[in-house]
Design a protein around this ligand. Structure first.
Ligand code: SF4
Ligand code: SF4
Length: 625
């Protein structure tokens, strides 16, 4: 039965997978991909196994194993997650899949919530895998189903690569009511599943042949289309969501008839036959694609084989920006400038409402603020370096906390701290650097890592630190959830995403097992005990682990509100300057607390030198709220 549903792109992808009969879905949360797996978990009618894996590598390996049985599988992640999963991915391509395997890897142009603006299409080219690149949530739904079929046709995993606006945009989507649940098969042993040099050599030839076949398939695929007059001498080539922007811009400029629009949503491997046909008679091409210049490079490569000369405009010609997102307005501007269309029938875009700039900040009452503050207090006047990691707590870099000196990638806080320690404490015997050695001998090296990140990739770093004798202090900021991506479960929670009970793994036991000689757990809101614990951890010579455990404020029941006694407040501003809690502000030279945002963590009451901050009574809360 056909049904129309308003779905977010990520939900649409999950529906596509569900209807295609996906049996195993594994992933690691990462914006903008997270809701795909979460929706699969919600849609699960008992025919699927769904898991949040500890990281993307584990997810990819689990999905590969499942696909060997013939089950349709999906593995979900964001673009930087594919770096983590790249090791099994490269070998998986050589082994190939039996059941259709979709690697859902969402890219983040902007970037809005990522360390990098990397383009998964490049990774696909490198790993020799086909990519599908949806331009709308509706297309993402149809493409997901198609991706499973293509994967089975080629016995290769297929990458589905939506970008943020497709993932998080919403559309009314007609669900076709199909459901392709297959019988579960058993794994059949075969030497082809065992990667060996001789097998890889043979498979390499096979993969190249499969990619040629795929280029031919992509030349006939319905997702690649040509719009407009066949006789146009100018063409715009656009992929993914950039196609939607270009279509809208052409309509808005009323120049759709003067430009041929070539839509590419299946571009790696490049559909050579389709493009050669589409470019017949074209002399000028403008390429709109976000992130890398994948299509542009392919067009540059193929143009020597075209019968006519064509000029190519895009990122290399500096007509399209190398970085950041495109938009309908930016595409329209580029087209107008390039084509100088006369007369132009312009339509005014509605002005976006004014939104005041708000720097990202830890929530009011966030336990990470208390943890950072405890370390700051304990290390006041000491020589210390603070290595940060990926999670909400990266925001500890902002003033006034200013507690993140480095941040590289998931888990790197632990290993970067080791690198700093080893480099700064090992100077050999050369005389010229002995003074430097002296200077650094009292330096303390801290690593801040969240609980989910600890499981994802912190443990390896701990083992390395213990093994190689690094003298570092690892502070685990355990708020008992994966907060940044929306509170997903992890191995320390005690249940799975399918709500099945699971062993609750202890970070303290794991730390001891990894070789940490000092392991303590402390409540960061226990004001004095918290900084005493930091001092003990920092004084320990060798690998020390201090776990600050307090649940994420978004999962907590609201505590009592706090208020400032204006008669007592001397307006020193210490509560504002030292903590940066968004609920506190200064007005009329006195501190005030916003009763709506205050979560009653009490941290500010410890900081005030004149005890002006106390628990508010009900009337004060009402008056302030
Ligand atoms: S720390 Fe105390 S005295 Fe100083 S501004 Fe804040 S509430 Fe007022
Ligand atoms: S008690 Fe103080 S620090 Fe905690 S949330 Fe309220 S205002 Fe912020």
């Amino acid at each position: 039965m056909n049904e129309i549903k308003l779905l977010m792109g990520n939900e649409a992808i999950a529906w596509g997978a569900f209807q295609a009969g996906v049996r195993v879905v594994c992933g690691y949360p990462g914006t903008p991909s997270t809701e795909v797996l979460e929706t699969c978990a919600k849609l699960n009618d008992g025919t699927m196994y769904v898991e949040w894996s500890v990281n993307e590598k584990a997810a990819m390996e689990t999905a590969a194993g499942a696909s060997y049985t013939g089950a349709r599988t999906m593995v979900t992640m964001k673009q930087v997650g594919l770096n983590v999963a790249s090791d099994p991915l490269m070998s998986f391509v050589y082994i190939g899949c039996r059941g259709g395997t979709v690697i859902l890897c969402a890219d983040d142009p902007g970037p809005i919530s990522s360390q990098t603006e990397q383009d998964t299409r490049r990774f696909a080219g490198f790993s020799k895998l086909p990519v599908l690149d949806p331009s709308t949530p509706e297309e993402a739904y149809r493409m997901t189903k198609y991706a499973f079929e293509l994967s089975e046709k080629l016995s290769l995993p297929v990458i589905l690569r939506p970008t943020t606006r497709v993932c998080h945009g919403c559309a009314s989507i007609k669900l076709d009511g199909s459901r392709n649940v297959r019988d579960q098969k058993l794994f059949e042993k075969n030497s082809e599943f065992v990667i060996f040099p001789a097998l890889s050599y043979r498979k390499h030839f096979e993969i190249e042949e499969k990619l040629k076949t795929c280029s031919e398939i992509y030349s006939d695929i319905p997702f690649n289309e040509v719009y407009g007059d066949a006789g146009c001498e100018t063409a715009a080539v656009a992929s993914g969501v950039s196609f939607s922007y270009t279509l809208e811009a052409l309509n808005s400029l009323s120049i759709g008839k003067r430009i041929k629009l070539i839509k590419l949503c299946a571009e790696v491997p490049f559909p050579l036959r389709f493009i050669s046909e589409a470019l017949k008679g074209v002399k000028k091409v403008i390429v709109f694609e976000e992130l890398d210049y994948v299509i542009e490079d392919e067009l540059l490569k193929m143009r020597t084989n075209l019968p006519q000369k064509i000029e190519i405009f895009g990122k290399h010609s500096k007509d399209v920006p190398y970085a950041g997102e495109l938009s309908c307005a930016s595409v329209k501007n580029i087209l107008s400038k390039l084509l100088n269309p006369e007369p132009v029938k312009t339509e005014k875009f509605p002005e976006a409402p004014f939104i005041p700039k708000r720097p990202p900040v830890l929530c009011a009452g966030c336990p990470h603020r208390a943890s950072f503050y405890a370390v700051k207090r304990a290390m006041k006047g000491k020589n210390a370096v603070f290595c940060g990691d990926i999670g909400c707590y990266t925001l500890g870099n902002a003033m006034p906390l200013d507690m993140v000196d480095t941040c590289l990638c998931m888990g790197a806080s632990v290993t970067v701290a080791q690198g700093l320690f080893h480099a700064e404490s090992f100077f050999g015997d050369t005389a010229e650097n002995s003074s430097e050695k002296l200077k650094n001998s009292s330096r303390k090296y801290f690593s801040f890592i969240g609980d989910s990140t600890f499981f994802a990739s912190g443990i390896t770093g701990l083992v390395n630190a213990a093994f190689n004798g690094a003298d570092i202090t690892v502070i685990v900021l355990d708020n008992s959830t994966t907060a940044m991506t929306g509170h997903q479960v992890h191995p320390g929670i005690g249940r799975t995403v399918m709500n099945a009970p699971a062993p609750k793994l202890s970070i303290e036991d794991i730390s001891r097992a990894c070789g940490a000689g000092f392991v303590e757990v402390c409540d960061p809101f226990d004001y004095d005990a918290a900084s005493d614990a930091v001092k003990r951890a920092a004084d320990y010579i060798g690998l020390s682990v201090l776990i600050f455990r307090s649940p994420c404020i978004a999962l907590e029941k609201q505590k009592k509100k706090y208020t400032v006694d204006s008669d007592k407040c001397i307006g020193c501003g210490r509560c504002v300057k030292e903590l940066g809690c968004p609920a506190i502000f200064i007005a009329d030279k006195k501190a005030k607390i916003d009763a709506i945002t205050c979560t009653g963590c009490a941290l500010c009451s410890n900081v005030c030198p004149v005890n002006a901050i106390t628990i508010a009574n009900a009337n004060e809360v009402k008056a302030n709220g």
